[in-house]
Write a protein that binds this ligand. Structure first.
Ligand SMILES: Cc1ncc(COP(=O)(O)O)c(C=O)c1O
Length: 473
């Protein structure tokens, strides 16, 4: 496949040493910052990038295996996106979405809606994934209030889910360790166990496990009372939770349960949309589900400019209209809703995806990526390799030796990350899990290189924990 990358000039004015940079950086509270280290930065600055590679202050090159944060789908250095954003910045950098509309947002809406499944033909633009999911949930509450059933507000999510960092989306997220010292909404947000086949009870088939997880949803709806349950929200593949690919048929069966009890189904496609699984949206094309709402962000602009969106079905809009006694004003929005620069970048990004056949490319190299990673299963500390398309997780475990599994998981994960970093591969380390979601333009040769470094990193980490007496396997 072709790709046109402008080779970026070296960053001017950076002239900083790592130490000088870190002195400045230490004033920033980063996401998931340990406040104990708030005054002491150990971050590496990335100063330029091209294709699937990023470069640090010292000019060292790395493969960016997480594609930033699951977002640089068309790769770095796309002058076309930069030019589109620059043109828009000069022509019309901003308009108030309360008072006006703009051309890029209208055109982008039309292009996107031609690609959404079913009757999801209205779009609400936001500033990112959290605001997309939050806005979708607010829409659901609003819709039920209009329909005269304000008690129908309970949301069912899953353990290990990630839906964002607003109060409500963080409440819907299901990672226990993110809840420490935080306050969450618990009165109407509920979590089901994750549909992680790797963690299924011994002796249970994947099909039995799927049926059990679908039954969890039905039982929870019945326990709460269908009249009280507004929505089920689910990532098609749980990304941040460890690339958890549910058993085949799981989403379709969950959708059927939702339909049975008049519960809305929200597919959180912040990660899975825009090509990561070889399709613009994965819900229908990969999982045979047409949800009521799809939320997305990240790959919508390949991360070049912040943007998010939720798509909602015409049915819900029509029902709200039919019931709205007087006015049905959806009082939800952001100063930057439908930002013209973000939408111009989104249009250029979509042009690239379509022109370069990026979806076809993912469908071509995705199985190769998955197969190459599965070869790592021969390393004794690798417990599971899973994924689909260009998202994958290599889960390592040296558990069971001294009882403190979490501490051991950190021991191994941190070492893999450090070794890979030294060898020029950036991973997304999640305790004991190495998450990979490379730019979608990655070639077979680059996949080989990624897997080669990852194997060496895991093996070195394994040697370390053996040599240090942490593990004797
Ligand atoms: C599935 C999912 N939903 C929502 C979000 C939140 O998106 P953002 O960080 O753009 O607010 C993320 C971020 O990783 C995500 O993976």
């Amino acid at each position: 496949m072709s790709s046109q990358h402008a080779v970026p000039a070296p960053v001017t004015g950076s002239g900083l040493t790592e130490e000088e940079f870190r002195a400045k950086d230490s004033r920033i509270i980063h996401p998931w910052q340990d406040l104990k280290t708030a005054d002491h930065s150990e971050n590496h600055a990335l100063v330029r990038a091209e294709g699937i590679y990023v470069y640090d202050l010292e000019g060292k090159r790395y493969i960016d295996a997480p594609a930033g944060m699951w977002c640089i789908n068309v790769g770095y250095g796309r002058r076309e996106i930069a030019d589109a954003a620059a043109r828009q910045l000069m022509e019309m950098p901003y308009d108030s979405p309360w008072s006006f509309a703009n051309l890029p947002a209208a055109e982008f809406a039309e292009r996107l809606i031609a690609l959404t499944p079913g009757d999801l033909k209205h779009v609400f633009f936001t500033t990112g994934g959290s605001t997309a999911v939050d806005s979708a949930l607010r829409f659901v509450m609003f819709y039920n209030n209009i329909l005269g059933r304000p008690e129908k507000k309970h949301i069912i999510s899953r353990q290990d889910a990630y839906h964002g960092s607003t109060y409500l989306t963080a409440s819907c997220s299901g990672k226990e360790r993110d809840k420490v010292y935080q306050t969450f909404e618990t009165s109407f947000v509920h979590h089901l166990p994750a549909p992680n086949p790797y963690r299924r009870p011994e002796g249970m088939s994947v099909e039995e496990f799927r049926d059990a997880k679908v039954a969890d949803l039905e039982n929870k709806i019945l326990e709460l009372g269908p009249e009280n349950v507004a929505a089920f929200t689910a990532e098609p593949i749980m990304g941040t939770g460890g690339v958890i690919v549910p058993p085949p048929g799981y989403h379709r069966a969950c959708l059927e349960v939702c339909r049975r009890y008049d519960v809305l189904y929200i597919a959180d496609e912040v990660v899975s949309a825009f090509g990561r699984l070889g399709h613009i949206f994965a819900s229908e094309d990969v999982f045979d589900t047409v949800p009521d709402i799809i939320t997305t962000a990240k790959g919508i602009t390949s991360g070049y400019v912040p943007l998010g969106a939720f798509f909602v079905s015409d049915r819900l809009i029509a029902e709200a209209n039919d019931h709205g006694a007087r006015k049905s004003i959806f009082a939800n929005g952001f100063t930057y809703s439908g930002h013209p620069v973000a939408c111009a970048a989104g249009l250029a990004n979509l042009d690239i995806i379509e022109r370069e056949g990026i979806l076809e490319h993912v469908r071509d190299v995705g199985p190769y990526f998955q197969a190459r990673l599965r070869e790592l299963m021969d390393i004794p500390i690798v417990g599971d390799v899973r994924g689909m398309g260009l998202m994958a997780c290599v889960e390592c475990a040296i558990t069971g030796e001294d009882g403190d599994d979490l501490a051991l998981d950190y021991e191994i994960g941190n070492r893999i990350d450090r070794h890979c970093h030294e060898m020029g591969l950036i991973l997304r380390p999640m305790i004991n899990m190495c998450i990979l979601s490379p730019p979608l333009i990655i070639t077979r040769e680059q996949i080989d290189e990624t897997v080669r470094i990852l194997r060496a990193g895991i093996e070195k980490a394994m040697d370390d924990v053996r040599a240090e007496g942490i593990w004797s396997g």
